[in-house]
Design a protein around this ligand. Structure first.
Ligand SMILES: Cc1ncc(COP(=O)(O)O)c(C=O)c1O
Length: 476
C-alpha cells in the first residue's frame, strides 16, 4: 500500500462516498455493511431491505445491545458459543496479557506455554483417556481434523481401505468441504460432488422416528441402522462414525443412553472409530461439561470449539484417546499430515484457559443443569399452543418443535411464513434466537431466572400472534 492510512481513507471516501465509519454512527455502519460485509447465511434481499442488518455493539451477561442502543436477551449465546456470558473482562485481560508477551509462534514444529497448559487441562477434563489434543481455530476445522485423523490412523494401522465416514441425516458438522460432506444441509447443485465415501443414516428421534416406533425403541432402531450401514458398506472400508451426542441441527433430540452404548459397542466390534462432535454440546451447554458424560461413553475422537473460549477467541480442538495416538508412538518417524497456522494460538489458548477457570469457579455446567430444568418446565407451559408439538432439551439447551399438525407431527419448517414471522416477532420484542423447524433456547449459562421468564413470555406472545396471523398453516 502506498501512502498509508491517510491515502487509504481518502480512497475509501472516494469509492464509497463516505469516510471511515465510527461505532457511534449506526446509519454509516449499516451502509458500510451493505457495501462491504458478506454476512453469512443471509440472502442479499434480506440485507438490502429495511430494517436490514442488526449490528451488535456490546454485551454483558446474557444481554446484548445493538448500535442503536436497543437491548436484547441473547437467547442463543451467539451461536451456542458465549457460555460464560458477555463482558468477561477477566478473559479479555488474560488474552491481552498473553498477546503482549507472545501472541503467536509457529504451530509447525513448535508450541507455546498457553497451548501446553490448555492441552493439559483438556486432558484432565475430558472423559476417559482422551489425552492428546490437536488445536484448530473453529468447529469445521476440528471436524476436518477428526476425519483426517481417523483416516490416517486406520491407514497406519494397516487398513488403508478404511476411508468411509458414516454421519447422521439432518446433522450439521460445519461448512468446509470435508465437514460439509458430513453435513446434511449441503447443496449438491452448487458444491457437489462431495467427499467420496460419506453416507448418512437415520438420526435417533423419538418424536418422529424414521422407523415408525416410539420411545427408546426408536433409538435402538437408529443404532441398529448404523451397524447395518457399516455392514452394507463393508466394515473393512469404514474409518469412522460421527455424531453429536445430542443433535442440534437435526432438531435437538436427546437419545436414550442405550443409543450411545450400542454405538460404542458396534464401532468396537467393527474396528470403526467413533467421533463425538461436542462443538455445540461441550462446555456446560447440556448441564455437564461434555454431553458424552450423560451417556457414559468415551469416543475415540472428540471435537470441541465454540464454548471452549466462550467466543472470546477463535479456538477449537480434536482430542483423541491414548490408544488412537498410540500408532504415532509406534511409528515414531511419521507425523500427522495436517497443519493449521493458527492451531494452538497462544492468545486464544490464554482466553480458553481463563474461560475454563471461570466455568469451574462458578460451576457453570451445574448452573446450566439447574436453570435448564427451570427453563424446560416453563417451556412445557407453551405446549398449549397449537403450533408447539414437543418440548425437548437438557441443560440450557432446549427447543420447541413447531408443527403444522399436532396429530401428524407435520413440521412447519424453517421456510414457512409462520417460522419467519415468529423469528421477526421475537426479535422485535428483544429476544435473539433461531426459529427454524424448532425454536431454540440456549442462552449464556449465566442467565438469571427473571431473564428466563422474559424469554418464555416473549415466546408465548410471539407464538400467539404468529398463530393468529398464520392460522391457515396450522391445523386445529
Ligand atoms: C455440531 C457442529 N459441528 C461443527 C460446527 C462447525 O463449527 P464452525 O462454524 O466453528 O466451523 C458446528 C457449527 O455450528 C456445529 O454445530
Amino acid at each position: 500500500m502506498v501512502g498509508g492510512i491517510l491515502e487509504a481513507t481518502e480512497q475509501r471516501a472516494g469509492t464509497n462516498g463516505h469516510g471511515p465509519v465510527t461505532n457511534g454512527d449506526a446509519a454509516g455502519l449499516r451502509q458500510a455493511a451493505r457495501d462491504h460485509v458478506w454476512v453469512h447465511t443471509v440472502p442479499w434481499g434480506d440485507v438490502s431491505a429495511e430494517p436490514g442488518l442488526h449490528i451488535f455493539d456490546r454485551g454483558e451477561g446474557s444481554t446484548l445491545w445493538d448500535v442503536e442502543g436497543r437491548e436484547y436477551i441473547d437467547g442463543l449465546a451467539g451461536l451456542w458459543v458465549v457460555n460464560a456470558g458477555h463482558g468477561r473482562a477477566e478473559i479479555a485481560e488474560a488474552m491481552g496479557t498473553q498477546a503482549a508477551r507472545l501472541a503467536y509462534a509457529s504451530s509447525a514444529s513448535f508450541t507455546t506455554g498457553p497451548a501446553i497448559r490448555l492441552a493439559d487441562r483438556l486432558a484432565e477434563l475430558t472423559p476417559g483417556d482422551l489425552n492428546r489434543v490437536f488445536f484448530c481455530s473453529g468447529g469445521s476445522e476440528a471436524v476436518e481434523t477428526a476425519i483426517k485423523i481417523a483416516k490416517q490412523v486406520q491407514a497406519m494401522r494397516g487398513f488403508p481401505r478404511r476411508y468411509k465416514i458414516i454421519a447422521r441425516r439432518g446433522s450439521y458438522h460445519g461448512m468446509t468441504y470435508g465437514a460439509m460432506s458430513l453435513t446434511a444441509m449441503r447443496n449438491e447443485a452448487w458444491f457437489g460432488p462431495f467427499m467420496y465415501g460419506v453416507s448418512h443414516v437415520s438420526h435417533p428421534n423419538r418424536y418422529r422416528s424414521d422407523f415408525g416406533v416410539e420411545g427408546e425403541q426408536a433409538d435402538v432402531m437408529a443404532a441398529r441402522a448404523v451397524e447395518q450401514e457399516i455392514e452394507s458398506q463393508g466394515p473393512e472400508t469404514v474409518a469412522a462414525v460421527i455424531g453429536e451426542p445430542i443433535s442440534s441441527a437435526a432438531g435437538l433430540h436427546v437419545p436414550s443412553p442405550v443409543y450411545w452404548t450400542m454405538l460404542r459397542e458396534i464401532c468396537d466390534r467393527h474396528g470403526v472409530l467413533l467421533i463425538a462432535d461436542e462443538v455445540i454440546n461441550g462446555f456446560g451447554r447440556t448441564g455437564k461439561l461434555f454431553a458424552t458424560e450423560h451417556f457414559g461413553f468415551v469416543p475415540d475422537i472428540m471435537t470441541m470449539a465454540k464454548g471452549l473460549s466462550s467466543g472470546y477467541a477463535p479456538i477449537a480442538a480434536a482430542v483423541v484417546r491414548d490408544e488412537v495416538f498410540e500408532i504415532f508412538k509406534e511409528q515414531g518417524t511419521v507425523a500427522m499430515g495436517h497443519l493449521l497456522t493458527f492451531g494452538g494460538h497462544a492468545a486464544a489458548a490464554a482466553a480458553a484457559l481463563a474461560n475454563i477457570e471461570i466455568m469451574e469457579r462458578e460451576g457453570l455446567a451445574q448452573q446450566s443443569a439447574e436453570k435448564g430444568a427451570y427453563l424446560k418446565a416453563r417451556l412445557e407451559e407453551l405446549r398449549a399452543h397449537p403450533s408447539v408439538g414437543d418440548v425437548r432439551g437438557l441443560g440450557l439447551y432446549c427447543a420447541l418443535d413447531l408443527v403444522a399438525n399436532k396429530e401428524t407431527r407435520a413440521k412447519l419448517g424453517k421456510d414457512s411464513g409462520f417460522a419467519k414471522r415468529l423469528n421477526a416477532l421475537v426479535l422485535e420484542r428483544g429476544l435473539v434466537t433461531r426459529v427454524w423447524d424448532v425454536m431454540h433456547f440456549a442462552p449464556p449459562l449465566v442467565i438469571s431466572k427473571p431473564e428466563i421468564d422474559r424469554m418464555v413470555t416473549i415466546a408465548d406472545e410471539a407464538l400467539t400472534i404468529a398463530e393468529r396471523e398464520h392460522g391457515s398453516e396450522i391445523a386445529g
